[in-house]
Design a protein around this ligand. Structure first.
Ligand code: ADP
Ligand code: MG
Length: 566
């Protein structure tokens, strides 16, 4: 502590580079600060420090570390409290560039495994970014002293050192409840559970917070189930959606897409107060949408699309600019390749010609002239041959009644089970459309990515960096992830970028494994070593990564314009 103080005094007023001398570890009364990385100048990305708090000074009970899930929720809570304490002291320091900035990788509405706070056996580690203060390009030692000796201590005092055990206890209980709901879902083959009282709509298109004055969710009576949860007296009730094919219908603006969006996010867990804290979906559910313009590399979409004009092959379909239907077919096939068990589809973001072709159009345009086998002709095989369920929003076509196991109608934001009525209507209005049936197999698409796919070279350097939630720059190319809707946190994107670097450095693609096996390996590394395994400096400060699912990792590999496949 003294040492740092003296150092800061001695470099006061010197050129900014002299800050490099403070790299190292310093003991404080209740914690240790490790200055891992010092920025090159006041305008560069901020310096990285770690705060290490031994359990003696902030006891973390063994039972809180007992399960991986509990550990994640406790870390999440600490990260939130540090973020709040940082906000309370914001902008107290002065100077040029990023002087005085203090930042933690703050969680959003989802509770994700992240590196910002790490709970170890005997200590807690908090990773922060700080802008070391300067006047112009000269070191401002006084402000730096204030940063380390007044502001940081105050942040810690008002966060980690003042969190009550009961607060953490509540998070641990939520973790247990989420696990319990997931277990129950598995036992009963439910792919979704939406609790009564859940708030599904969001404040706005750009906000992930709950809409105020929303109509709370209320299950249909046919779908209502009861779940006994730990740490709760009354059983939780809500709507269960079974494996199979579920159709969500209803008039425009009655809440269909809102329900589906909540299900897309239900692969993650949400904080209490979010409104979706008891909305859970099959963790391997993948949103499928049309995504014209995307890159496609050697994907077998022949189950859906065949005999394109000019004889383009669809068993190894490759394009730099996919159409609505070919991109959506690709998204289905790639999701299956990566191991999905549930597809989530909304008519609003689908290509119509991929989803339906009615009897009249079949009569006019003969089968031989139409390359597309619409999804409606494959949805049952997905269920029966591959065990892949579908939840589909479709207000515009009754053709899907024929293939649905269950039909749910949204009416003024409330669901009604109208399966029987739909059956009745099918009887009275039979449809004469022909359907094409060919068996689907799991191995229809099994690609091995070649090592040169990961081309990080940019001039003389290797570079890969997440620019935003939906953009990764790799070498001289840009990977666009706008269509990957279940990527929800920029820290997940950063983790994927780090993973690309890791895979390149470790020459992982030389193992020539099929994509699904590769994803298994990556998940094993994350399980065993944590996300920091992908960081180039795993023992320093990998403080801004959050765990992506295998499907979002695959989505990135699939969209690289440099991908080459065996
Ligand atoms: P649809 O897909 O059926 O056309 P949306 O899901 O897009 O309808 O919903 C239409 C509007 O209604 C949106 O602005 C949405 O925020 C709002 N909304 C959805 N669910 C609710 C609800 N439970 N309470 C209040 N407003 C809602
Ligand atoms: Mg809609």
């Amino acid at each position: 502590m003294k040492k740092l103080q003296q150092l800061l005094k001695s470099i006061d007023g010197k050129g900014y580079k002299a800050y490099k001398s403070i790299q190292g570890r310093y003991s404080f009364h209740r914690y240790e600060i490790s200055v891992d990385y010092v920025q090159g100048d006041p305008f560069a990305s901020p310096s990285k420090i770690r705060i290490v708090i031994p359990d003696a000074y902030r006891p973390i009970k063994d039972e809180w570390k007992q399960s991986k899930e509990r550990n994640i929720y406790v870390a999440d809570h600490i990260a939130r409290s540090v973020a709040k304490a940082i906000q309370a002291v914001a902008k107290q320091l002065q100077g040029s560039g990023k002087s005085g900035l203090i930042h933690i990788d703050q969680p959003g509405q989802e509770i994700l495994e992240r590196t910002a706070v790490q709970i170890k056996n005997d200590k807690t580690i908090i990773c922060l970014s700080v802008g070391l203060p300067a006047n112009g390009r000269r070191i401002n030692g006084k402000e730096a002293e204030k940063l380390f000796f007044t502001i940081l201590p105050s942040i810690l005092k008002h966060s980690i050192f003042s969190i009550k055990d009961e607060e953490i206890e509540q998070k641990v209980q939520l973790a247990d409840q989420h696990i319990a709901i997931r277990e129950k879902m598995k036992e009963n083959n439910w792919i979704a559970f939406i609790a009564d009282g859940a708030i599904l709509p969001r404040e706005s298109g750009v906000s992930n917070r709950p809409l105020k004055k929303a109509v709370p969710f209320e299950s249909t009576k046919e779908n209502r189930v009861k779940i006994n949860l730990p740490h709760r007296e009354e059983p939780l009730t809500g709507m269960a959606i079974k494996q199979g094919i579920s159709l969500i219908v209803g008039g425009g603006y009655h809440g269909k897409s809102t329900l589906l969006q909540a299900l897309e996010r239900g692969v993650y867990h949400h904080i209490r107060g979010d409104g979706r804290e008891y909305v859970l979906t099959d963790p391997d559910a993948v949103k499928i949408r049309a995504e014209d313009g995307r890159q496609v590399t050697s994907v077998n979409i022949s189950a859906f699309i065949n005999d394109l004009p000019h004889g383009q092959a669809t068993t190894k379909f490759t394009t730099e600019n996919a159409s609505g239907s070919t991109s959506q077919a690709t998204n289905v096939v790639e999701a299956i390749e990566a191991g999905t068990t549930t597809l989530l589809i909304d008519e609003d973001t689908s290509a119509t010609n991929f989803m339906i072709r009615d009897a009249r159009m079949q009569a006019l345009v003969h089968q031989d002239k139409e390359p597309i086998t619409p999804f409606i002709d494959k949805i049952k095989q997905l269920r029966d041959d591959l065990n892949v369920s579908t939840i589909l929003v479709m207000g515009g076509s009754g053709d899907y009644f024929d293939v649905a196991d269950e039909v749910i109608m949204m009416d003024q934001y409330k669901p009604f089970n109208v399966t029987d009525q739909a059956r009745e209507i099918m009887k009275n209005h039979p449809v004469s459309r022909q359907s094409v049936m060919e068996k689907l197999t799991n191995d229809m698409n099994q690609r091995i990515f070649l090592p040169q796919s990961l081309n990080l070279q940019k001039g003389k350097k290797k570079k890969v960096q997440a620019k935003s939630l939906y953009t990764i720059l790799m070498g001289t190319s840009t990977i666009q992830l706008q269509g990957v809707e279940q990527l929800v946190d920029a820290s997940q994107t950063r983790a994927i970028a780090e993973l690309l670097r890791y895979m390149e450095a470790k020459e992982i693609l030389k193992q020539a494994k099929p994509l699904a096996d590769l994803l298994d390996d990556i998940e094993k590394v994350m399980d065993n070593e944590g996300l920091q395994a992908f960081s180039p400096f795993p023992n320093q400060h990998p403080g801004d990564l959050a765990r992506p699912r295998r499907f979002e990792i695959a989505a990135c590999l699939n969209r690289m314009r440099t991908t080459k496949v065996q």
